[in-house]
Design a protein around this ligand. Structure first.
Ligand code: PLP
Length: 368
């Protein structure tokens, strides 16, 4: 019997001829394409994670705490310290990456016959989350420099009345944070159409000093959800832990759609140990921010057009042929990201030597 091909299977119509999401994972010297923390996990954090995971291993005959109680308490305490917003454990929800958290949100508040709106260029998974829950996707618009203005965002929400609107701040791939005026205007417009407002702060810890988190807007706003992740600032992309803060009623809604015991005891143990070492891990965030600002300044000196960044990556334009530049870097052992914007590339801020490696190769490309 011959193996059936994908095209022969009775696949959902909207999945036909689609490509799975996924940035290249190539064995290169300098990998700066998916906005990970490129510093190794510090040895004391490795030891602490190993100890917690070992203890959890002895309990693996039992299902894990489905309420991930300790983890939620620690996440609430961390967010309170990080943002200045007072948060309690009953306001916290978590999943296997903020991707899963976002899927829970859309399963609860979007779904068939409903719609999800975001504002490209932005995180390319948003339309795919919408597709996955059988919702329509609405692509909003931005200003020519990719910024967003309060009145414009509010007008688009009033016009399209989506069930869920996703704002991304700092935005991937542009790197810029939203002023809270935009979030406030979006929220007020969204109230008129019973729309849930999600602010994706995956890169929140990298924001420039003085930039407030949307977490501070949660009191009195029951339709607002702020998502975060441990994949970036906590150097835990491989651990898969994303989370959100919202009104307790929102977390009650998400309990209706999560799969039983969705957060394994191993995941809970690893994330809890990493949170206990937040201070050590945040020291690397400061180092990364230095390299991020260096990228903006040196790309500018090369005559390219980097965008100001509140994240751990920089988008830059001004390239005649962005693919040729990307290929030159790859041939040189450096992997960065091709952006869906003509003439632009996106690079993650790495360690100092990695950032130097990238900048040197970029200079050699421009000098022909
Ligand atoms: C804006 C944004 N949100 C969410 C994610 C998902 O991250 P994770 O599922 O690892 O938490 C990413 C990953 O790159 C991202 O760029």
């Amino acid at each position: 019997m011959t193996e059936p091909r994908l095209a022969d299977l009775p696949l959902r119509d909207e999945l036909r001829d689609q490509e799975p999401y996924g940035a290249p994972q190539l064995p290169v010297r300098t990998m700066l394409n998916v906005n990970e923390t490129t510093y190794d996990v510090p040895p004391d954090v490795v030891d602490a994670i190993a100890k917690e995971v070992r203890a959890a291993a002895a309990t693996l005959n039992r299902y894990p705490d489905r309420e991930f109680t300790v983890l939620r308490q620690k996440l609430a305490a961390y967010l309170t310290g990080e943002s200045g917003a007072e948060l309690n454990a009953d306001q916290i929800w978590a999943g296997n990456g903020s991707n899963e958290v976002m899927q829970h949100i859309l399963q609860a508040f979007a779904g068939p016959g409903r719609s999800v709106m975001s504002f490209p260029p932005t995180y390319s998974m948003y339309p795919l989350y919408a597709r996955g829950v059988y919702s329509d996707y609405i692509a909003g618009t931005r200003s020519a420099d990719f910024t967003q203005e309060p009145d414009d965002v509010a007008a688009q929400i009033r016009e399209d009345r989506p069930h869920v609107v996703i704002l991304c701040s700092p935005n991937n791939p542009t790197g810029t944070s939203l002023s809270l005026d935009v979030v406030e205007a979006a929220y007020d417009a969204a109230l008129e159409s019973d729309t849930m407002v999600v602010v994706d702060e995956a890169y929140g810890e990298f924001r420039q000093p003085g930039t407030r988190s949307a977490l501070t807007m949660l009191p009195g706003r029951p339709r607002l959800i702020v998502t975060r992740t441990m994949s970036k600032a906590f150097a835990l992309a491989g651990g898969r832990l994303g989370y959100l803060a919202a009104a307790p009623a929102v977390t009650d809604a998400l309990r209706l759609v999560r799969l039983p015991y969705h957060l394994s005891a191993i995941t809970q143990a690893a994330a809890t140990a990493a949170l206990d070492h937040a201070e050590t891990l945040m020291a690397n965030v400061q180092r990364i921010k230095v390299q991020r600002d260096r990228l903006v300044s040196e790309l500018n000196d090369m005559g390219l057009n980097p965008y100001p960044s509140d994240a751990n990556f920089v988008l830059f334009g001004g390239l005649q042929d962005a693919h040729a530049a990307w290929q030159h870097l790859l041939d040189d052992g450096i992997l960065i990201r091709e952006a869906a914007i003509t003439g632009h590339l996106r690079v993650t801020a790495g360690t100092e030597p990695e950032t130097t490696d990238f900048l040197n190769s970029m200079r050699s490309y421009l000098n022909g």
